[in-house]
Each structure stands twice: as structure tokens, then as C-alpha cells.
Write a protein that binds this ligand. Structure first.
Ligand code: ADP
Length: 528
């Protein structure tokens, strides 16, 4: 997963700079270097941002920390009102936002729209349901009558976000808005390849009424700016590769700060012989090729029962051949470019290695140099040996390997035979049969009759098992992770409080009484 960016010294001839790093003009002084952002579909410069220095990162976190105090003091309802204005502005100005997303990623307009729509649904969900998850509530005390308990959720402080290039708007700010709702300040380091969507989103947040100091952006390579950010924030939310995720986890561990990591996937799809093939073919089409396959939850391998394999394959290949690629800011194309020429080359090498090991290309298989260096043809492969990289590592491109299996048990075993465990999907004769298969898949989420549905299913947790990550976005976990639980437990003060019970056990007989009491207690409804 490689992008490309160029750092240049800022001069009068540099493209207009979109500085989201400060929020105060001139606060960081002159002499900044800028990052030019390339549209990989057209090779044009889409814009630029200022490269943050270490001092800028420190400054951003400090100003965020100061602004967080009054933000946290406001009610959830009050904060939600501001974020609702952002939600409305995002939809009102969606055309401009789509242009920005496309210009820095080369993706098709429909793929950019997915980002806007999913960010809006994230906001809608937490604006309406987030307060319920953070409400201070009474809980069971240690012992009835003499004790009570209460828990509340306090914002963690300044949350740092390190985000990838594949969904520059949705992943750039989609988790950050949830942290804001929880009462935090945020400092985001978007991918250095695609920082412009986060800059545009920050402008809308400020227009919606968010204090500019509360939402900071810092820009630059992960190894310098990202690691500097991790030295100062109170929590790190990372989305990206498993390799970088391990580095982030180690930095968080060294400072003993919490983190969440949404990492790679090698997501399988299972098609049983009873599935309606037409639907399953559409399912794979919609699950493997959107965003040119550069989606952590997209389908990269499919296990299809032997008796329907040939028919399924023919139907799929026919449809894939009709996918239209190119650059357009209209709604007419199915796929744009990949993020960079380097990434397209990397995908091509993976396909070539698989072919050298015996795989057959049924369609696609190479770059579309007639369109540009970053375009890769949607690709369907068969006969891919299980041990080649294309079957084991994340390709992150429009490539799917179809595997013939003798029965459902084999499909499940091979689907689970991976170091990853992010997402999966099942197409079977009925939803009930699909759910039964889904129960046996080792992944954070499984879609039945659907592939990418989990990202829009805000009321259930989403995240990975095994090398696919730690922590969950969405639902209660998705907002509570940006808080610290604060528990207050209260006892009767008599004889020095609850602990005095221990001092009463002074004879074997009293110990026996306690044992009897404990045994009975676990059987009494209402207090057990
Ligand atoms: P990719 O290879 O697709 O760029 P990464 O996981 O390397 O995926 O990048 C995701 C995000 O992590 C980007 O914002 C990147 O700048 C950042 N990043 C990369 N390396 C590091 C690092 N060593 N420390 C912190 N952040 C990093």
C-alpha cells in the first residue's frame, strides 16, 4: 500500500497551500515545506498542505488540550447540535467534497459518494444514540442494601488519529467526529498521500461551530510526524496496514496509552451450491471492485462449491469485463485509478507471481497503461495455489481469486486459514443457512447476502481479530473507547464501611455462615 507525495520548499511559485495544521494564520512562522498532492488518475497536482515540524505537532496538541476543557464541559446534546450542523453542511456541500476526494485519490465518483454517505450515517447514528452510551448510570453495588455503585464516562482528552489514503474523508474524520461527540479534542494526521479531504472536512467543522483549536491537522510522513504525534496524545486511533499497526501499538504501549487498530484483511466469501448464483455474482462484484478493491473489508478470495463453480465463474467474468474504468467527475464510470503508479505495479507483481505459480487469469491481470500508470484492470483468477502471496497477503486492489471447494466444511476451513480476521461474507440457500455458516467464521464481522454491509451497520461493533486489529468502531464500543470509565462506589459508613465485613469473620462458625450466605446469594433473583 504505497502512495506518493512530494515535499518541496515553500516558495512563491508553490501551489496554493491549504493549511489545516494550525487554525491560526502565521502561528507557525514561515519557511515551511509543503506537500504536493497528486491526482493519480490524471497526474495533476490537486493541492498542497504544509509539512508539520515537531514543534507544530506539539503546538497542535497543546492548543487542542486547552480547547478541550470547555468543549467537555458542554452537554452531549449541545455538542451533538454542533455536529448535526456539520452533518447538514456535509450533505449540502457534497458536490465540492466529492471533487476533493476524487482529486486526491483518483477514485470514481460513486466511490467518493460512499464516503460522504457513510460519514453522514456515522454522524446520524451517534448524534441520536451516543448519549445513551455515555450516560452516567447506576449499577449493582457489591452487596445489596449496604452499598451502591455508579459509573460515568469521561472524555479521554486529546485523541490522535493516524489515517490511511483509501478513504480520505471517511477514515480521515469518521472516527474523529465520534471522539468529538464524546467530549474530546482531536489531532488528525491524515495520510500524507491524501490530506486534502480532511482539510476540507475541518473547514466544514469550523463553519459548523467547532472551535478551530479543538480539531487540529498535522501533515507529513508517518515515521516522523505520526510518531511525534503519538508522543503527545492521550489515545491513538490508527487505521492502516498491519505492519504499521504493530509500530503504533508498541509506541502506545511504551507510553501506556490506549489505542485501537483497524488493520488489514484477507476477506473470504463463501458461495454454497444452493445460493442464488445471480445474486452471489452481483455480491462479489459489489464486494471486490468498489474503490478499486482498496478497501480493508473488501472480498479478495471466494470459495465456491464445486457443482456451481464453473457457472458462477462464467457469470462473474462476463460482468467484470463490462466494468468501465477511467477518470470522470460524472457518475458514468465504475472504477477510477489505484492510489498510485507504484501501488498498481505492486498489484501487478502479485498477480504475476501467482501466474508463475500456476494461477490462470480469466480477465484483467495487468495495468491499463492506455488509461494511465495507476490504472489496474479488474481481475479474476482461478487455480491460485493457497501458499502464494496473492492468497495470503492483502492485495488491496481489484483482484479476486476464485477457489473450487468440495463442500461447505472445506470452504469454512480455507476461509479461516489466514492470519487475518476482519470481514467475510456468505451466500447460501437461505439467510438461516448463511447465518449458520457465518457462526463458524473467524472474523470480526460476517455479512450474510452482503459483503461490505458491516461499515454501515453502526449498531454493532466492527473490527478485526488476529492480525486484523484491536478494538472496535461503531455501537457502544465505538464511542466508549474515547472515554475513561469513572466509577463511584458507596457504602454505608457504619463500622468503617463495606470492608468491615471481613473483620467480622473471627471464628470457623462465622466463616461457615459466610460460605452459606454466598451459596444462597447466587440463587436469589434480583440481588445475585
Ligand atoms: P500505507 O502503506 O497504505 O500507507 P500505512 O499503514 O503505512 O499504510 O499508513 C497508514 C497511516 O500510518 C498513514 O497516515 C501513514 O503516514 C502512517 N504511518 C506510517 N508509518 C508510520 C509510523 N512508523 N508511525 C506512525 N504512523 C505511521
Amino acid at each position: 500500500m504505497t502512495g506518493s507525495f512530494r515535499a518541496t520548499d515553500a516558495t512563491g511559485s508553490a501551489p496554493a497551500s491549504t493549511n489545516g495544521a494550525g487554525g491560526r494564520a502565521g502561528a507557525n512562522g514561515g519557511g515551511h515545506r509543503t506537500i504536493d498532492v497528486l491526482n493519480p488518475a490524471t497526474n495533476e497536482i490537486a493541492g498542497s498542505v504544509e509539512l508539520s515540524r515537531s514543534a507544530d505537532v506539539v503546538d497542535a496538541v497543546e492548543r487542542a488540550r486547552a480547547a478541550q476543557v470547555s468543549w467537555a464541559a458542554r452537554s452531549y446534546h449541545d455538542r451533538a447540535r454542533v455536529l448535526r450542523r456539520f452533518h447538514d453542511l456535509l450533505l449540502e456541500r457534497s458536490a465540492g467534497m466529492l471533487d476533493v476526494i476524487q482529486s486526491e485519490s483518483g477514485k470514481a465518483r460513486r466511490d467518493a459518494m460512499t464516503e460522504v454517505a457513510t460519514l453522514a450515517s456515522t454522524l446520524r447514528y451517534y448524534i441520536h444514540h451516543g448519549s445513551g452510551y455515555l450516560r452516567s448510570r447506576r449499577a449493582r453495588g457489591a452487596a445489596p442494601l449496604v452499598t451502591s455503585a455508579r459509573v460515568s464516562y469521561r472524555p479521554i482528552g486529546v485523541v490522535g488519529f493516524i489515517t490511511p489514503w483509501n478513504y480520505p474523508l471517511l477514515l480521515g474524520v469518521g472516527d474523529a467526529v465520534v471522539a468529538l461527540l464524546a467530549g474530546n479534542a482531536v489531532v488528525i494526521k491524515p495520510s500524507e498521500t491524501t490530506p486534502l479531504s480532511a482539510v476540507a472536512a475541518r473547514e466544514l467543522l469550523v463553519e459548523a461551530g467547532v472551535d478551530p483549536d479543538l480539531v487540529q491537522l498535522v501533515h507529513g510522513p508517518g515515521s516522523s510526524v505520526g510518531s511525534e504525534l503519538m508522543r503527545h496524545v492521550d489515545y491513538v486511533s490508527f487505521t492502516g496496514s498491519t505492519r504499521t499497526g504493530r509500530i503504533v501499538a508498541q509506541s502506545a504501549a511504551a507510553r501506556l496509552i490506549p489505542c485501537s487498530l483497524e488493520l488489514g484483511g484477507k476477506n473470504p466469501m463463501i458461495v454454497t451450491k444452493d445460493a442464488k448464483l445471480e445474486d452471489a455474482v452481483w455480491g462479489l462484484l459489489n464486494g471486490a471492485f468498489p474503490n478499486s478493491g482498496q478497501t480493508c473489508i473488501s472480498v479478495e478470495r471466494a470459495y465456491i462449491e464445486d457443482s456451481v463453480f464453473d457457472q458462477f465463474t462464467d457469470m462473474l467474468v462476463r460482468r467484470v469485463k463490462h466494468l468501465e474504468l477511467g477518470w470522470s467527475t460524472g457518475w458514468d464510470l465504475d472504477m477510477g485509478s489505484l492510489i498510485s503508479a507504484e501501488h498498481a505495479e505492486h498489484v501487478e507483481h502479485m498477480v504475476e507471481d501467482a501466474v508463475a505459480a500456476g494461477a490462470r487469469v480469466l480477465t484483467g491481470g495487468s495495468r491499463r497503461l492506455d488509461l494511465g500508470e495507476a490504472y489496474f484492470a479488474p481481475t479474476v483468477l482461478v487455480d491460485v495455489p493457497d501458499d502464494v502471496a496473492l492468497c495470503r497477503e492483502e492485495v488491496f486492489g481489484p483482484v479476486v481469486a476464485l477457489q473450487r471447494v468440495s463442500d461447505v466444511a472445506e470452504a469454512i476451513a480455507r476461509a479461516n486459514d489466514t492470519e487475518y480476521g476482519l470481514n467475510a461474507s456468505v451466500w447460501a440457500g437461505s439467510s438461516a443457512q448463511g447465518s449458520a455458516i457465518a457462526e463458524r467464521i473467524s472474523a470480526g464481522s460476517v455479512g450474510v447476502n452482503s459483503t461490505l454491509l458491516i461499515y454501515a451497520s453502526h449498531d454493532v461493533p466492527m473490527g478485526g481479530v488476529k492480525a486484523s486489529g484491536i478494538g472496535r468502531r461503531h455501537a457502544a464500543a465505538g464511542i466508549q473507547r474515547f472515554t475513561q470509565a469513572h466509577s463511584i462506589v458507596t457504602s454505608t459508613p457504619r463500622y468503617g464501611g463495606y470492608e468491615s465485613i471481613g473483620r467480622l469473620i473471627t471464628t470457623p462458625k462465622r466463616a461457615q455462615w459466610l460460605i452459606r450466605l454466598l451459596r444462597a446469594w447466587s440463587r436469589v433473583p434480583g440481588v445475585r
